[in-house]
Ligand binder design. Structure first.
Ligand SMILES: NC(=O)c1ccc[n+]([C@@H]2O[C@H](COP(=O)([O-])OP(=O)(O)OC[C@H]3O[C@@H](n4cnc5c(N)ncnc54)[C@H](OP(=O)(O)O)[C@@H]3O)[C@@H](O)[C@H]2O)c1
Length: 316
């Protein structure tokens, strides 16, 4: 298939581009071209700012796409620009997040609002733009669903090239040779997914006979609570870092998620397993690969100030 990837060069889109090539598809990566990271697959690029896409319809049409994956719409404005530019009749896939569920709003507001696991029918948020002025997955879902797209609602994505550095609270302490890390209640359940498995979910949609206009949660089948997750990161790094239980209110700022959280964000991917035949891959292998990449590629800037750790460990 000839597949337009809207985005495709940073993290999730990059993994999708690699998976498309490995599966024999022909991708076109559409982005601004601010950065052309090393190691991208050798494929065609189209460099335009998203807001100009409606004026570039001819460029989009000339690729002769069978399918389009919007990795980076962000909100209604972004989705609208894409939908105005794309040729009619192509299969549409758009990435969203489990942040569309009301449970996410509950978590942010320290309230318990929903039973888990969250399914595609769980209540959605009523508040909008809860993560700032640029991101609103509810908006892009509304536009893309109306256009007949398949929506993939992702859990917290981890893996190679993750610019959010989800393992960093643990890895910076390992890099600094810290012997002990303070942790709190550690019971928070937040569904995760390996970036390579997100790419496989996109391939599963492309291979499916199912029409669009529906959503799928794409999350791992089993979710370690936050404290156990940290232990898994430590084990995958082959490090010796002792977790020491302290009072939640003494946790350093970057370790708050290992304190008590009122609303879990545990989602179910049963529908994707049943309808798309999608499965998440072996967790230990995914963790090892991801942690190794992050150990080899630390953030350019990171703090080696552990005074909050020392205070929490002293106070208990
Ligand atoms: N990370 C998570 O935990 C998580 C969780 C849930 C859902 N998601 C979803 O994953 C997606 C994000 O993945 P990603 O950032 O890793 O995707 P990506 O496709 O790998 O990277 C973003 C792409 O967008 C391009 N871009 C950014 N601003 C642009 C603009 N104004 N005009 C044109 N192109 C632009 C960037 O290239 P240039 O800079 O060259 O333009 C880059 O190619 C989102 O849909 C998000 O909702 C992520």
């Amino acid at each position: 298939m000839r597949v337009i990837v809207l985005g495709g060069t940073w993290f999730v889109g990059r993994a999708i581009a690699h998976a498309l090539v490995a599966a024999g598809h022909i991708p076109l990566l559409v982005h601004r071209g601010r950065d052309e990271p090393a190691g991208l697959p050798d494929v065609e690029h189209l460099h335009h700012e998203r807001e100009t896409w409606p004026d570039r319809r001819a460029d989009f049409a000339s690729f002769g796409a069978d399918a389009v994956i919007d990795v980076s719409a962000g909100n209604a404005t972004g989705a609208r620009a894409a939908l105005m530019a794309l040729p009619p009749g192509v299969r549409l896939i758009a990435l969203s997040s489990v942040d569309v569920y009301r449970a996410y709003e509950g978590m942010l507001n320290h309230r318990q609002t929903d039973a888990v696991p969250l399914t595609e029918d769980s209540p959605l948020r009523t508040a909008r733009y809860v993560d700032g002025p640029h991101w609103e997955n509810l908006e892009l879902e509304e536009l893309y669903l109306t256009a007949g797209a398949t929506i993939l609602r992702l859990g917290a994505v981890y893996g190679e090239h993750d610019y959010q550095h989800r393992f960093e609270p643990v890895l910076r302490r390992i890099r600094a040779g810290r012997p002990r890390v303070p942790v709190g209640t550690g019971s928070f359940l937040f569904s995760r997914v390996y970036v390579g498995d997100v790419a496989q979910a996109v391939l599963a949609v492309l291979a499916s006979e199912r029409g669009g206009g529906e959503c799928f949660n794409i999350v791992e089948a089993q979710t370690a609570p936050m404290r156990l997750f940290y232990e898994q990161v430590i084990a995958a790094a082959g490090a010796d870092l002792e977790l020491v239980r302290v009072s939640d209110d003494r946790l350093p700022a970057d370790l708050r998620s290992v304190g008590a959280v009122d609303q879990h964000l545990l989602a179910s991917a049963q529908k994707a397993r049943e309808v798309l035949g999608w499965r998440d891959s072996d967790r230990e292998t995914a963790m090892r690969r991801s942690v190794r990449w992050h150990l080899n590629n630390p953030p350019l800037e990171w703090s080696d100030d552990f005074s909050q750790d020392d205070a929490a460990l002293r106070a208990g």
